[in-house]
Design a protein around this ligand. Structure first.
Ligand code: 5GP
Ligand code: MN
Length: 346
């Protein structure tokens, strides 16, 4: 079996031309970077750096601690902390990558900086309904991760053998995290052909698994335990689970970003629960919404309609400006509207 070539030749040629002409590259990814956002950014950075280019990865905000093992993570420029530096580096860039996001809204305070940057742009992404924000759009929503799209692009450019072990570790991490350790969106045989190639660079996938999933702080374990024991509400009539955490509760556990990563997935393991909503009161008057589902239940349309967000059919998010109790009411009032999706789900 060989990996299929799904990226059209014109797109590959256009991306390759821009890359070959570049010497000062900036790579950006979405806010609250996850394994796929950071993995694709650092994976591409490793490949381009090895070809002698000057490369800076700029994230809108601080990456989570459990991803700091990724090669190059310590050199990421965090725009919210070093805004002026990010501005000047973007001003000097001759090529800008937009990785793992489909709209400039997703890069938060980095948006005005990117808008002022006049370098040509290449998008590499797998989110639905991409906005035309780049000169070359390598956008494949059917792909399970941006890392997978990145691998395909490098392969079709004839650059697969430039993926060294640092790049491979990053790319593998994104493939792993965006499929929940290959437990969803993961039936495409190409995924495993890519993994075989990445392993041949010498990476240790078991070690990566442990670093990504099996590394917890005591606080993280406690807040997850508390959330499941005390804060998970089930609404069997709507096949819905709801977890909410107030600012006060987050403070009680010295919450740091990432502590409740993947918590929203847990209720889906209960038979009969088809969708799960997690509301986190990040600041008084601001609630982050995170949702997951199984089968054909579209949490992305739910998040779009009610929380100005979006995402994938089974994993989406959004934001709520208001009190936590109003956010809860918004979810529960809307839940009956989504009952029709349950019948097609069983
Ligand atoms: P998470 O629940 O892990 O924060 O996000 C899951 C997915 O939902 C992300 O990969 C992203 O596609 C989408 N998502 C999360 N938050 C937002 C948001 O505020 N706006 C939009 N458009 N998508 C989001
Ligand atoms: Mn992704």
């Amino acid at each position: 079996m060989t990996i299929s070539r799904i990226i059209d030749d014109n797109t590959v040629a256009a991306a390759k031309n821009l890359i070959e002409a570049s010497s000062n590259v900036v790579i950006t990814c979405h806010k609250t970077p996850d394994g796929d956002a950071l993995g694709s950014s650092l994976g591409l950075a490793a490949v381009l750096t090895a070809t002698g280019r000057h490369v800076t990865v700029i994230t809108p905000d601080t990456p989570p601690k459990n991803l700091m093992f990724l090669p190059g993570a310590d050199r990421v420029l965090i725009a919210s902390r070093f805004t002026d530096k990010a501005k000047s580096i973007l001003a000097d860039a001759d090529l800008l990558f937009c990785l793992d996001y489909n709209s400039l809204m997703r890069i938060d305070r980095l948006q005005p900086l990117v808008e002022q940057c006049h370098a040509p742009r290449i998008m590499i992404d797998h989110h639905l309904d991409p906005e035309p924000i780049a000169d070359v759009m390598v956008s494949y929503p059917k792909e399970s991760s941006t890392c997978m799209v990145l691998y395909r692009l490098l392969m079709q450019m004839g650059w697969a053998d430039r993926i060294n072990s640092d790049a491979a570790a990053c790319i593998y991490t994104g493939m792993l995290t965006d499929t929940g350790n290959f437990s969803y969106n993961s039936n495409n045989p190409d995924i495993y052909l890519v993994i075989a190639n990445l392993l041949s660079t010498g990476i240790n996938k078991d070690d990566i698994y442990n670093k990504v999933w099996n590394t917890n702080s005591a606080n993280r374990l406690r807040i997850c335990g508390y959330s499941l024991y005390r804060k998970m509400q089930l609404f069997p009539d709507h096949s819905l689970a709801l977890i909410t955490l107030s600012r006060e509760e987050l403070n009680e556990f010295d919450y740091v970003k990432g502590d409740t990563e993947s918590l929203v997935n847990r209720p889906l393991s209960i038979p009969g629960i088809v969708w799960s909503v997690y509301l986190r009161e990040d600041e008084p008057g601001f609630v982050k919404v995170s949702t997951r589902s199984t089968g054909s239940f579209p949490v992305n349309t739910f998040c779009e309609r009610l929380f100005g967000g979006g995402g994938h059919i089974n994993a989406a998010g959004g934001e709520f400006h208001g009190s936590l109790s109003d956010a809860i009411a918004t979810v529960l009032n809307a839940a009956p509207d989504y009952d029709p999706y349950l019948t097609s789900n069983t």
